[in-house]
Design a protein around this ligand. Structure first.
Ligand code: GDP
Ligand code: MG
Ligand code: ZN
Length: 337
């Protein structure tokens, strides 16, 4: 029988089949030996007695931070005010999810606090609708403009992300008053009992399937090569084909050299700023890896066998290739521990 994992606790896997029947299972040893990890959202095959997971089925997508699989889309929640909209953070989530081939929906909360709401809507929609994102303005607390969003996520497995305080828990509550999770406001008063999600869990209510995740905290672009960052920015990539350098990273501010720089007037400022920020993180990551490889090489030379004392040109090349592969490898194996 096939089922989907909706919760994991210690070594117990809570699964549900298509008839919504629940089972608690353990992992077959063979999966452990093969180091096949099972995460919330995974579709699995059960043993005949339904006591064991015997196989993990093909994943549509997979995230490591937070650990989850087969997400249809992520609601990226921000607020217009309290806290102020943080565009770099919003772009960080969008780029991260794009990298993982997961659809994002932009959800701007606390619209009740914005006096110039129409201008704000136009400004934000101008940037993101061009990039084919669906943008919803809502007030989770006041139950404003939630219907379109509800319609849009009906039948989808949706996860939420966003900085603390933007209103994720309030939104979950207003999507389904029955679950009644505690919001930041309450936890401030009691100093405890705050709804902190430690594990990913799929919660079904009514028409919605929400993946409650412990958050996407501390995301950094320390898992991909600098030249790949541009692939996460369609609106900047558009202008990147006529740079004079073959390996242009589009961070040179010299006219006539970088075609992105020459077209900056057509690119949203906060998008370009975000690009430069993530690029710097990726460059730092690449340098760290290169340093590590060089250090290992010289360490091997010192402590290794006599033959490695005189490292031949050919060997040097091989070692440089391994270094490149290593970076490539880590990039594909995004899920570092
Ligand atoms: N004015 C206003 N406040 C909101 C809205 N949604 C949430 N809040 C408040 O924002 C604070 C943080 O909300 P919470 O749901 O705990 O945020 P979370 O950290 O993202 O889960 C709480 O005091 C909420 O009452 C809204 O639509 N308008
Ligand atoms: Mg919360
Ligand atoms: Zn360029």
């Amino acid at each position: 029988m096939q089922a989907q994992v909706y919760k994991i606790h210690s070594d117990f896997y809570y699964v549900k089949n298509s008839k919504h029947e629940s089972f608690v299972c353990k992992l077959r040893d063979v999966l452990k030996k093969q180091k096949i990890d099972i995460v919330t959202g995974d579709f699995v095959e059960l043993s005949d007695d339904n006591n064991y997971i015997v196989e993990r089925l093909k994943r549509k997508n997979y995230l490591l931070r937070p650990k989850a699989a087969n997400i249809d889309c992520v609601l990226v929640v921000s607020s217009v005010k309290e806290p102020d909209l943080d565009f770099i953070q919003l772009n960080r989530y969008l780029a991260y999810l794009k990298f993982h081939n997961i659809n994002s929906i932009i959800c701007i909360n606390k619209e009740d606090l914005e006096l110039n709401l129409e201008d704000r809507k136009t400004q934000i929609k101008n940037i993101y609708e061009k990039l084919n994102y669906k943008v919803f303005f809502i007030s989770a607390k006041n139950n404003l403009d939630l219907d379109d969003l509800k319609d849009y996520i009906k039948g989808k497995t949706v996860a939420l992300c966003g900085l603390s305080g933007v209103g994720k828990t309030t939104l979950l509550n207003s999507l389904n008053p029955e679950i009644n999770l505690k919001t930041g406001e309450v936890s401030l008063k009691t100093q405890r009992g705050c709804h902190t999600t430690r594990h990913c869990e799929i919660i079904e209510f009514g028409d919605f399937v929400i993946m409650d995740t412990p958050g996407f905290s501390n995301l950094k672009f320390d898992f991909l090569l600098p030249e790949k960052v541009i692939d996460l920015f369609d609106d900047i990539k558009l202008y990147s084909n006529e740079c004079k350098f073959a390996n242009c990273l589009h961070n040179v501010n010299i006219e006539g050299i970088c075609s992105v720089y020459d077209n900056l007037d057509k690119i949203d400022k906060s998008r370009y700023e975000s690009y430069l920020t993530f690029l710097a993180e990726a460059i730092e990551y690449k340098e760290k890896i290169s340093k590590r490889s060089i250090k290992e090489e010289s360490l091997n030379k010192k402590t290794g066998h006599r033959i490695s004392l005189k490292i031949s040109k050919r060997k040097r090349e091989i070692s440089r290739n391994t270094q490149k592969q290593k970076i490539k490898g880590e990039e594909n194996e995004i899920y570092r521990v």
